[in-house]
Design a protein around this ligand. Structure first.
Ligand code: 13P
Length: 264
């Protein structure tokens, strides 16, 4: 499934993107069960979730083929990965290239998630290189940005996100598109969320900064991520410049994930 499914038409930009980041959870059977539950629920859903939002699933690398197989019965759900190598190919033991992801049916790849920045020492420069490589292989990079608790407390949140956008987002050609995910690090997996005002401020800042990178900043979807749940989705996803969500914990339950999609 290519990017043609998502974001290829002007009206797609009006749709929210609801993306599940399964992180490093579950075995192959859990992945099969979860995707089957999502597909079954969507097939009996009368709230038209699929026509109102775009849905993306990002399983662990090893589960991508199984999820892709299940998705043959639902071509409306896009498939993505959680990372890719900074190298194109060759002697890079353990790496997975952007081209391999494309070949395995992925249309999207998450780049620069804060867990990779923190646990795998990923720098802005490395993230920019991965994003460029993903674009060159016709994958939509979902570039993650967001401040830590300490950075927010010291009043640095906007400076940090400004630095990250300037450093991590490559210059975009006329027809190149990316997605941004604003994920405050302190909100991930904690049950804490920023105030609607703080989300609005940050998303409109990101939209303004994108003008430095693309002639069409309005085409970039800016997702919110961090403790997005069925009970807060309606408020967060309705805020200006919030074009969808990147969901961790709640994406591991079909019911919760689709309740968030329905709230969009
Ligand atoms: P949670 O939804 O579990 O807070 O995770 C968010 C996230 O990191 C998505 O990439």
């Amino acid at each position: 499934m290519g990017n043609s499914v998502i974001n290829s038409l002007p009206d797609y930009i009006m749709k929210k993107l609801i993306a599940g980041n399964w992180k490093m959870n579950g075995g192959i059977n859990d992945a099969k069960t979860l995707i089957a539950n999502i597909i079954n629920t969507l097939s009996t859903d009368d709230s038209q979730i699929q026509t109102r939002s775009d849905i993306l699933i990002c399983p662990p690398f090893l589960h991508i083929p199984a999820v892709r197989h299940s998705l043959h019965s639902n071509p409306h759900i896009a498939l993505g990965a959680q990372d890719c190598s900074i190298y194109e190919d060759g002697a890079h033991t353990g790496d997975i290239s952007a081209a391999m992801l494309k070949d395995s049916g992925c249309s999207h790849v998450i780049i620069g998630h804060s867990e990779r920045r923190q646990n795998n020492s990923e720098t802005d420069d490395l993230i920019a290189r991965k994003a460029r490589l993903a674009l060159d292989k016709d994958l939509m990079p979902i570039i993650c940005v967001g401040e830590t608790a300490q950075e927010r407390e010291s009043g640095e949140a906007e400076n940090i996100v400004t630095r990250q956008i300037r450093a991590c987002v490559p210059e975009l050609g006329t027809f190149e598109e990316i997605t941004i995910a604003y994920e405050p690090v302190w909100a991930i997996g904690t049950g804490k969320i920023p105030t609607p005002d703080d989300v609005t401020t940050m998303h409109s800042l990101i939209r303004r900064l994108l003008k430095e990178k693309t002639a069409r900043p309005e085409r970039v979807r800016i997702l919110y991520g961090g403790s997005l749940k069925p009970d807060n989705a309606k408020i967060l996803l309705a805020l200006p410049n919030v074009d969808g969500g990147l969901i961790g914990g709640a994406s591991l339950k079909a019911k919760d994930f689709l309740a968030i999609a329905a709230a969009a």
